[in-house]
Ligand binder design. Sequence first.
Ligand SMILES: C[S@@+](CC[C@H](N)C(=O)[O-])C[C@H]1O[C@@H](n2cnc3c(N)ncnc32)[C@H](O)[C@@H]1O
Length: 281
Amino acid sequence: MAEAVTWSTLRTEAAARLRDAGVPSPDADARWLVAAAAPDVDGPVGERALAYFDAMLARRRSGEPLQYVLGSWGFRSLDLLVDRRVLIPRPETEVVAGVAIEELRALGGGTAVDLGTGSGAIALAIATEVPAASVWAVDRSSLALEVARANLAGIGRPGARVRIAEGDWFDALPAELRGQLQVVVANPPYVAEDDVLPAEVRDWEPHGALIAGPSGIEDLDRIVEEAPAWLDRPGALVVECAPHQTEVVASLAEAAGFDEVEVGLDLSARPRFVLCRLMGA
Ligand SMILES: C[S@@+](CC[C@H](N)C(=O)[O-])C[C@H]1O[C@@H](n2cnc3c(N)ncnc32)[C@H](O)[C@@H]1O
């Protein structure tokens, strides 16, 4: 009798096939795919689970990012639905969300706005981790907001404190929020049109989530300039950007009238975001 196939053998074979296809982390990815397909990695390999596994393996071999193949990805304490409608949430953005959360806690809670929410990652993390927060999640992409809404539905009670608004940065918000926000946080597009991106990013992630314009600074510039009019005093803006943009963004924030401007580091100790505070009136 032929020996029954096991998840362990399938994982080893999948890693080899991913390696052949040029996937950069074949062993780790094979483990992720098995974990997603197998109800029990030590149990028998069912027909449906195997078909699902093979389909995921083919997608990953074609270069599709692991997170889209799996259909979900972790962000802080959340497990978020992700697909091609949204940017894949990045570890550096978990740091940025953490800073926004600390700022909001220090202010005793209040209203926070996540500009360019995509999957809803930052907005939903704030709502989940700060019980005294009321959160607005803004995006101009209706497709991204479909994903954000699905993720919102998945977080339970904190979701009652989150509202979603479709539109262009601050223009999406009701006018009565002007001057009333405790925290604004954004991970806007910050790639320049001519920048070279890794193929896995360029070919799969939404261009509207990545490319800002000819210089890459266009959206950062608008957000930093408009934020003081929307923030209460005290209040804080936290914006993610590329390491080479932090000094420019810090100068823009000083020119926009922020009282304190600090550049913060990501988990690899690269400059990655700018924290801008307005002091109490
Ligand atoms: C870099 S992604 C960030 C997604 C998510 N916040 C995250 O960190 O994973 C930028 C997001 O900004 C949105 N966006 C781009 N231009 C915008 C604009 N003018 N107004 C509102 N949202 C915009 C994109 O649709 C995209 O979802």
